[in-house]
Design a protein around this ligand. Structure first.
Ligand code: GTP
Ligand code: MG
Length: 376
């Protein structure tokens, strides 16, 4: 199961209360105040790590609650601080603060869908958390409620961010002793920790993003160039979630390639789960548009190319501003050569690499080209 968007509720620990206490010892008739301070509440801290590639842990445990601080004690003992809750999330996780709600809403209903290969995939209906019914009003880059506010973007391994800060512990009565009040009988309560509803959204970070219609051969290519083993099958939407492969070159050089599920017409309007897929293109530095040059699925490659660029632009104009090249796949098929000539006549300025991903032809050259692109 792959989860790349999840709503969580986070609450830091309450500070411990200060203590009211007086020194009581044999032969010390009027021991002074000795109530200690409460301990600080634990914070909820997010930490990015390369070791994870999805948000499944937060899907199962969506309530991130840190421990409260302990109250102070007599003999001027301070209470223990609450333990911080450190939550590991994959690099590339963006945190959005959702509007405060009076009551904690129910988690959106997960819905099981059956993919064509018979595997089950889990989707979350995030419309459930949208604040408005008007789709046009939604921020295109958000696809969640307008009022969601960007909190932080965790991109680097080890990067930490305090999502909710623990409350301060209250002062014990010992703290309030003064020349005019030598026996204070009051202490401070602890302060509450901060809390909130957040949306965690993962956007894959990769050097190269493979973009194309379903069935174009993206997974076949990733399989050929890296150790990743995505499923390959002769029907659309075989790949239902993005997958990253690491390509190793001679001399310890390596770069990452992301196989993004197929984009179809209307993807920018979320047709065919378009938003869930397009989101991952944002973090890929260079795009490789994979075209089925043979037009096996009764489409032609120039229309595919136009439509893919259109979908990218409609979703986010920054996506078409990224450097991109075209990989003309399935060049082993009969119609491919003629189609390629026509494609190049129509788009003479586009860099095209010819490949047959299934039999590794042209793939070493493309790997080399990716390496150059990844260096920039
Ligand atoms: N003839 C030919 N077929 C290929 C080539 N590369 C891939 N295919 C076939 O194209 C079909 C689709 O390949 P995939 O790699 O699953 O395509 P995809 O782009 O990942 O598809 P989705 O995951 O559905 O988006 C498979 O049947 C592959 O065997 C090629 O170079 N030549
Ligand atoms: Mg695939």
């Amino acid at each position: 199961m792959f989860i790349d968007q999840v709503k969580v509720y986070a609450r830091a620990g309450h500070g411990g209360a200060g203590c009211v206490s007086f020194r009581r010892e044999p032969y010390v008739p009027k021991g002074g105040p000795d109530g200690g301070n409460g301990g600080r509440g634990g914070s909820v801290i997010l930490e990015a790590t390369h070791d994870l590639n999805n948000l499944i842990a937060q899907f199962y445990v969506p309530r991130l609650i840190a421990k409260n601080g302990n109250p102070g004690e007599g003999q001027k003992k301070s209470g223990h601080s609450g333990k911080d809750l450190i939550i590991k999330v994959p690099c590339g996780t963006i945190i959005w603060k959702l509007p405060d709600l009076d009551t904690e809403p129910e988690d959106p209903e997960p819905q099981m869908v059956q993919d064509a290969g018979g595997e089950q995939a889990l989707l979350i209906d995030f419309d459930a958390i949208q604040e408005t019914d008007d789709q046009d009003e939604l921020k295109p880059e958000l696809s969640i409620g307008e009022e969601a506010e960007l909190v932080v973007d965790l991109t680097d391994d080890g990067q930490q961010f305090t999502l909710c800060s623990g409350g301060r512990g209250g002062k014990g009565n010992h703290h309030f002793t003064s020349s005019t009040n030598q026996a204070p009988r009051h202490s401070q309560p602890g302060e509450p920790g901060t809390e909130g509803h957040f949306l965690l959204e993962l956007q894959m970070v990769a050097d190269i993003g493979l973009v194309g219609y379903p069935n174009a051969g993206k997974s076949t290519l990733l399989n050929a160039i890296s150790h990743a083993k995505p499923k390959i099958a002769p029907y659309p939407f075989t790949t239902l979630h993005p997958q990253i492969g690491v390509v190793e070159m001679d001399g310890w050089e390596r770069y990452t390639v992301c196989d993004i599920p197929g984009i179809i017409e209307g993807a920018h309007n979320n047709v065919g789960l378009g938003h869930a897929f397009l989101r991952h293109i944002r973090r890929c530095r260079t795009l490789c548009i994979i075209l089925d040059m043979a037009g096996i699925d009764d489409r032609n490659p120039w229309d595919d190319y136009d439509k893919i660029l259109f979908e990218l632009e409609q979703y986010d104009p920054e996506l078409v501003a990224k450097p991109h090249l075209v990989a003309a796949n399935k060049m082993d098929e009969d119609s491919a050569q003629a189609n390629l000539i026509e494609f190049q006549e129509r788009f003479p300025e586009i860099e095209v690499m010819e490949i047959m991903a299934a039999i590794d032809e042209g793939v070493p050259e493309l790997k080399e080209r990716f390496r150059e692109a990844a260096k920039v």
